[in-house]
Ligand binder design. Structure first.
Ligand code: NAD
Ligand code: MG
Length: 390
């Protein structure tokens, strides 16, 4: 039996992972599940899968979780330390599906015990790519991509030599505001930004899709995961979201990964890797689809993309600054403190403000330095938001 843990089990990716596991429950020994405020969902899944431990991120939810798990034999736990302890429990396959930099430490702990880490949490690779890859290497652990674009690239690269790759193209739907004017985007509300035309995802990543901060994170994720140069990466707007990525080789061929927009494909691919098994995803009828369309992203509408290349150029811990500032800017937008287009301004200003502190930005990458830079970036971004409000 495969021992599995799922961090962020109550979210969109976590629930899709559980859906796949429940279809073949006898094949898995579930070690740990983690969630946030939705304790009822967490307890229901932990009971159904007979998990060893269920962890809520919120200590004030522990009593509720305990009550919901009474008599089940599942241990209830809460808080950051409990999350780390759960990630240290031996498992063969760990899904990293917490949203934001909060997913970093549990991911590192899972790699340290040698687990295969299925990485939905792109923020951890953007925040601390070298640390994650180094930890995986030291402990003989494998990192598998779960982001649909990166799973597509990974699949297109199977059996290929990375040295023969010329270009990697990741597609973007264009998000909720693809056809909106810049003026309308400036007035967009969080509710409008949180509705996605093709994918059904968590609120934060959906808003990040509308701003293309999600794509910006994915560009950096591509560089970290596959070790290509920033100049080899390209973003292509593809409203149908059926081609997830293309890999171009030096002989002129391009391998495109085509499939229905359903994250259970990428999750299932990582779950069964290196095998391919049946997955409950819709099969595409391209004759019905008829046509696919493509365009270059508008740099005016999507400044986040330019920032991704700035960050790759800066290197060091600038990815950590970028992600942390983005998380605070997103909070500010969701809380109606700043407008939609101001998110990129906050992130850019945070990067500029912190770029002078080379001792901080180019320190050795450890969990401690990453956390210090993350905290400082959050402080700077929050102060910038306060200034704009006042
Ligand atoms: P979500 O908001 O639906 O779920 C997030 C999960 O993380 C929940 O279980 C929540 O309880 C938990 N969580 C939130 N904050 C936490 C904290 N501070 N500490 C511990 N746990 C916390 O998010 P999602 O859409 O499932 O996305 C999860 C991750 O997968 C993100 O990194 C996202 O970028 C990535 N991803 C998602 C999709 C998708 O289709 N949803 C696609 C590609 C990548
Ligand atoms: Mg993606």
């Amino acid at each position: 039996m495969k021992r599995v843990s799922i961090f962020g089990a109550t979210g969109s990716i976590g629930q899709s992972t559980i859906d796949l596991i429940k279809r073949d429950a006898g094949a898995y020994d579930v070690v740990a599940l983690s969630g946030g405020a939705n304790v009822a969902q967490l307890a229901e899944d932990a009971r159904a899968l007979a998990a060893d431990v269920a962890v809520t991120a919120y200590p004030d939810k522990l009593d509720e979780l305990r009550a919901a798990l009474a008599g089940s034999g599942v241990v209830a736990a809460a808080g950051t330390e409990a999350l780390i302890e759960a990630a240290e429990r031996p498992a063969d396959w760990v899904m990293s599906a917490i949203v934001g930099a909060a997913g970093l430490t549990p991911g590192i702990k899972a790699l340290e015990q040698g687990a295969t880490l299925a990485l939905a949490n792109k923020e951890s690779l953007v925040t601390a790519g070298a640390l994650m890859l180094g930890t995986a290497k030291t402990h003989g652990a494998q990192l598998l991509p779960v982001d649909s674009e990166h799973s597509a690239i990974f699949q297109a690269l199977r059996g290929e030599d990375i040295a023969s790759v010329e270009k990697i193209t990741i597609t973007a739907s264009g998000g909720a505001f693809r056809d909106w004017s810049l003026e309308d985007m400036a007035r967009a509300t969080p509710e409008q930004a949180a509705s996605h035309p093709n994918w059904d995802m968590g609120q934060r990543i959906t808003i990040d899709s509308a701003s293309m901060f999600n794509k910006a994170l994915e560009v950096i994720e591509t560089k970290e995961f596959f070790g290509v140069l920033p100049a080899q990466i390209e973003v292509l707007v593809h409203p149908e979201s059926l081609i997830h990525a293309l890999v171009g080789f030096k002989d002129g061929a391009q391998m495109a990964h085509v499939g229905a927009p359903d994250m259970r494909h990428a999750i299932g691919y990582a779950l069964h890797y290196p095998e391919r098994r049946d997955l409950p995803v819709a099969r595409l009828d391209l004759a019905k689809v008829g046509q696919l369309t493509f365009s270059a992203p508008d740099p005016q509408k999507y400044p986040a993309l330019r920032l991704a290349w700035d960050v790759m150029e800066m290197g060091g811990l600038s990815g950590c600054v970028f992600n942390a500032a983005k998380e605070i800017a997103l909070d500010g937008f969701i809380d109606h403190k700043i407008g939609f287009l101001e998110m990129a301004i906050i992130v850019e200003d945070t990067l500029t403000k912190m770029s002078g502190d080379t001792a901080l930005l180019y320190a050795d990458m450890t969990l401690d330095t990453v956390n210090a830079v993350d905290q400082e970036a959050r402080r700077v971004a929050a102060a910038l938001i306060k200034k704009r409000e006042g």
